[in-house]
Design a protein around this ligand. Structure first.
Ligand code: ATP
Length: 554
């Protein structure tokens, strides 16, 4: 459950994102569009860095993965074959009173965060209702906040129901349900988190956005904005195979936009309707082929923490390998292992074709939630496309002298959720003394230098001293072909540092009178390099600057 402190922390993060140009509401001047977000100047840099690092780690630093960039709108049959047309839906309920739509499986989670439900829970500790308290609340404070709750509309009747239905009141949740149900018998309702009204039974709502291709706009022209990037990889599997000299095991990865018409977008950018994914489909030999070729299939018992791919790995070891790889990558961009959780889906939670799925969760201020899913999907997707397209998806494996449809391990991450996690991880407020010794709050984003939107702030000590400005501009020009720099000559140096702290800039360089040789030749052409996290400053030579900073941002 979100505590007041975590709610406040999240509010501060959202406000910093707006104030510093990390994330804006889409179409804000028209009142915004729910579930859509834009990245401002700093956010765009941050996002670009994260995608670049993922792409580099997947493709350029490995021999066994290649990239793809496919279209957002694809042949509609793809979504039939993948199962999205028939089953990609969330359960949705409508409030009979206020008509708002909510995701049926998230109602109780939402009710954890609304104050009126909190008041009711307090009046029903451990499912034991305080009837007098409830009546007083219903006629007083409650009536103002949730006018559509059955208890408010007819307190006496609903409290009578509560007594009559005592056998159903086994938990705080069931008591709450009785309090929002007007009928004295029959199924219990679930309250609308917005107004307390009764929700309809859940019905499936397909999350794909529909559009038409071509001017006729008939039923036959319906197409979908892709709800994931993965399917394009499967349908281009053969083309990539034939043109890239890759051999199973190998992967194809893609970064790109995905669209889901989420019923209730919420938690800032966490659940958006337009977002970006970074997905890898890593194709492997079926276990029977590995076994025939190597006489055995390596198991996790022999190698519980697999890190160097081997020919005799079966799907289980490859799956674990990718889980570990992904944790290693998150560590490399500054997400602490203690801020992440590893959740192995239970057999009953798995999709029917999945053999195992691990979710990597991040401890967001609003709860511990999914950042990435790593699924072992067997050969479901390629087989489906083989069946629907009539084109063979088989691979002839020369080493194993065998023909098969490869199996796949799929690490699938959301860029926007990761950006939000990085911001939450980096955000800190600390009390420090200013130049005059007065205490002040320093807001700092402790981004890893590798993802930081701006790598270095460059400050001439005074803007009206041409020698200082000239030198500072020279340093700007020295560094900026290699990294994003920010030149700032406005205000006191302390203020300039604070501005960069808030932007998460790991280094600041100040050009002062020593730099231009006014205090002797030994300090000439040196600058102060200030470190964001320790706030320490060191004197270094300009000729060493690029190498020192570059070593930390690559
Ligand atoms: P959830 O259960 O949270 O809806 P999911 O399990 O449906 O997510 P996947 O289909 O596995 O998500 O998508 C892979 C990744 O894409 C997720 O781990 C997440 O990072 C990202 N993602 C999915 N839906 C959204 C969304 N609506 N907004 C932002 N990112 C999303």
């Amino acid at each position: 459950m979100s505590t007041q402190a975590s709610v406040t922390r999240m509010e501060k993060i959202v406000s910093l994102c707006k104030r510093r140009g990390l994330i804006f509401q889409s179409s804000e001047i028209y009142g915004g569009l729910n579930g859509f977000w834009d990245y401002g100047p700093l956010g765009a840099e941050l996002k670009r860095n994260v995608k670049e690092l993922w792409w580099k780690s997947m493709t350029r630093l490995r021999d066994d993965i290649v990239g793809l960039e496919a279209t957002i709108i694809m042949h509609p049959q793809i979504w039939k074959a993948s199962g999205h047309v028939d089953t990609f839906s969330d359960p949705m309920s409508t409030c009979r009173a206020c008509k708002k739509l909510v995701r049926s499986d998230q109602v109780w989670e939402m009710l954890e965060t609304v104050s009126w439900a909190e008041s009711l829970r307090n009046l029903c500790p451990e499912g034991k209702p305080d009837v007098d308290g409830l009546l007083k609340w219903a006629k007083g404070k409650g009536a103002k906040v949730v006018p559509n709750l059955a208890l408010i509309k007819d307190p006496e009747a609903v409290l009578a129901n509560l007594a009559a239905r005592s056998s159903e009141a086994s938990s705080t949740q069931s008591v709450l349900q009785i309090l929002c149900t007007s009928a004295s018998e029959g199924p219990l309702s679930t309250p609308c988190p917005h107004c307390g009204g009764e929700l309809t039974e859940p019905r499936p709502f397909n999350l794909m956005f529909k559009t038409y291709v071509g001017p006729a706009a008939t039923e036959d022209d319906i197409a979908y904005l892709r709800p994931e990037t993965a399917q394009a990889i499967f349908v281009q599997f053969k083309n990539v195979l034939e043109t890239s000299r890759v051999k199973v095991p190998f992967g194809i990865c893609q970064i790109g936009k995905a669209f889901r018409n989420e019923v209730t977008p919420r938690n800032f950018t966490f659940r958006s309707r337009e977002f970006e994914q970074m997905e890898l489909e890593f194709f492997i030999k079926p276990d029977e082929v590995v076994s025939a070729q190597h006489g055995k299939v390596a198991s996790l018992e022999n190698d519980p923490s697999p890190s160097e791919p081997k020919g005799d790995w079966g799907w289980e070891v490859w799956h674990k390998y990718w889980v570990e790889e992904r944790f290693r990558w998150y560590a490399s961009i500054g997400l602490k292992r203690s801020s992440l959780e590893e959740y192995w889906q239970k057999p009953e939670e798995l999709a029917h074709y999945a053999r195992a799925t691990v979710d990597i969760l991040y401890k967001f201020p609003f709860g511990t939630q999914e950042l990435e899913g790593i699924a072992a999907r067997g050969n479901f997707d390629l087989s489906q496309h083989q069946q629907f397209s009539g084109k063979s998806m088989e691979y002839f494996d020369q080493e194993a002298n065998s023909k098969y449809v490869p199996h796949v391990i799929e690490p699938s991450a959301g860029v926007d959720r990761l950006i939000l996690a990085l911001i939450c991880e980096a955000f800190e407020e600390e009390e420090v003394a200013d130049d005059k010794g007065q205490k002040e709050v320093r807001t700092v984003l402790r981004f890893s230098p590798r993802v930081a939107p701006i790598k270095v702030g460059i400050f001439p000590l005074l803007k009206n001293k041409p020698e200082l400005v000239k030198k500072a501009l020279e340093i700007r020009d020295l560094l900026r072909p290699h990294m994003n720099v920010f030149y700032d000559d406005g205000g006191a140096i302390g203020r300039r540092y604070r501005r960069q702290d808030e932007a998460g800039t790991p280094f600041c360089v100040t050009i002062d009178f020593d730099t231009i040789g006014e205090n002797g030749p030994e300090k000439q052409d040196t600058v102060t390099l200030r470190h964001r996290d320790s706030m320490t400053q060191e004197r270094i030579r300009i000729c060493d600057l690029l190498q020192i900073i570059q070593s930390q941002i690559l």
